[in-house]
Design a protein around this ligand. Structure first.
Ligand code: GZL
Length: 352
């Protein structure tokens, strides 16, 4: 049942229909809601998508294939832990016995060499969670020479659809920024001074989350002023450090937009250290980790926009459709849920 549902979802995605709701059954009912992936596909690209014939990859049986998964950041961040688990769990469910997993420990040069090694070890399919959007040429050339298909998840790479990568599966990060802005506008009643804890530079996630937030604030809340922005590099330690500086330089700050939960939780630690009380500064964040959703329950965080890391089912279903000769769209967008004071307590189980 589940496999059929997931493939059905992928089929809907692959044929470019507007939207599919594919509640996928899972072994663990508690995960059922969390793993429900609502996928919608933008209109299929003019070329009708990427087929295995166009790509040039040989056909192979996914179950007996060597599959390489390249994770980007160290697994201190629950987003990364959940993402890697999702890939491993789905590979196990599908009986893919030869999954090779690497972790670049947040070092881009290591991620490049990790993937080059996976190719040298005979990977027939690569699933990559890219740390950066640029600098992939050496890997792309090596993969193309061996006709190894690449599926990118989570972040985009600046490369050619089909010639370099089969598809990108991830969230609409600009929309996440807009939704975070809507929550911040509500939290501040439409006016006040806001700081942005920017994500790490060099990837589309930071760029799009920032642009989406700023566009929405400009369009909907002219009385909200963005008076501070600095990267917290998506880490808790840096998020705390930057917020400690922020409190000193901008003691009248009303709100903090953290571009991921790890930085938001670092900010909470800094606010506590400065003697602030829950709600003194309104924090809106993105990811949907358990710690941040608990922060809503405790009053320290106002709202969290989910960035769904559970790519496993869709990544392998999309790979199978590719191997079956179906055209694969340039991107497959997963919809994200939202947490606020109204649902946080009851939804903790869906957080990761
Ligand atoms: C989003 C992902 C981001 C997460 C952060 O898809 O790339 O990177 O939101 C992580 O937690 O650092």
């Amino acid at each position: 049942m589940r496999a059929a549902l997931v493939l059905a979802a992928a089929a809907v995605v692959l044929t470019g229909c507007a939207k599919a709701e594919a509640p996928t059954a899972t072994a663990n009912p508690a995960d059922a809601q969390a793993q429900q992936q609502v996928v919608k596909s933008p209109s299929a690209p003019a070329g009708g998508g990427c087929t295995i014939a166009q790509h040039g990859s040989p056909k192979f049986d996914l179950k007996s294939a060597v599959v390489g998964f390249s994770q980007s950041e160290k697994e201190a961040n629950p987003f990364r832990i959940a993402e890697t688990k999702s890939i491993k769990d789905e590979a196990a469910k599908l009986g893919i016995a030869n999954l090779k997993v690497t972790n670049a420990q947040s070092q881009f040069s290591k991620q490049i060499s990790d993937v080059q090694q996976l190719i040298a070890q005979g990977a027939q399919l690569l699933v990559i969670a890219p740390l950066n959007s640029d600098g992939w040429e050496p890997v792309l050339q090596q993969a193309a020479a061996k006709k190894v298909p690449i599926i990118t998840i989570d972040r985009k790479i600046n490369a050619r659809h089909c010639a370099d990568y089969v598809t990108f599966i991830g969230s609409d990060f600009t929309e996440q920024g807009r939704r975070a802005a809507d929550q911040m506008i509500e939290a501040l009643g439409g006016k006040g001074k806001v700081a942005i804890l920017l994500g790490a530079p060099g990837n589309n996630v930071t760029t799009e989350r920032t642009n989406g937030f700023k566009e929405q604030i400009a369009a909907k809340a002219p009385d909200i002023e963005i008076t501070f922005e600095q990267t917290g590099e998506f880490t808790r330690e840096k998020g705390q450090q930057v917020t400690e500086q922020l409190i000193q330089s901008n003691p009248d700050i009303d709100g903090i937009y953290a571009e991921n939960d790890e930085m938001a939780l670092g900010a909470v630690t800094a606010l506590k250290g400065a003697g602030k009380k829950p709600g003194d500064v309104k924090i809106v964040s993105i990811d949907g980790t358990r710690g941040a959703v608990q922060g809503i329950v405790d009053g320290w965080i106002y709202a969290v926009i989910e960035s769904n890391p559970r790519f496993g089912q869709l990544a392998f279903a999309t790979a199978q459709k590719f191997l079956d000769g179906e055209p694969i769209p340039e991107k497959v967008i997963i919809e994200d849920r939202e947490y606020d004071s109204a649902n946080a307590k009851d939804s903790l189980g869906q957080a990761y």
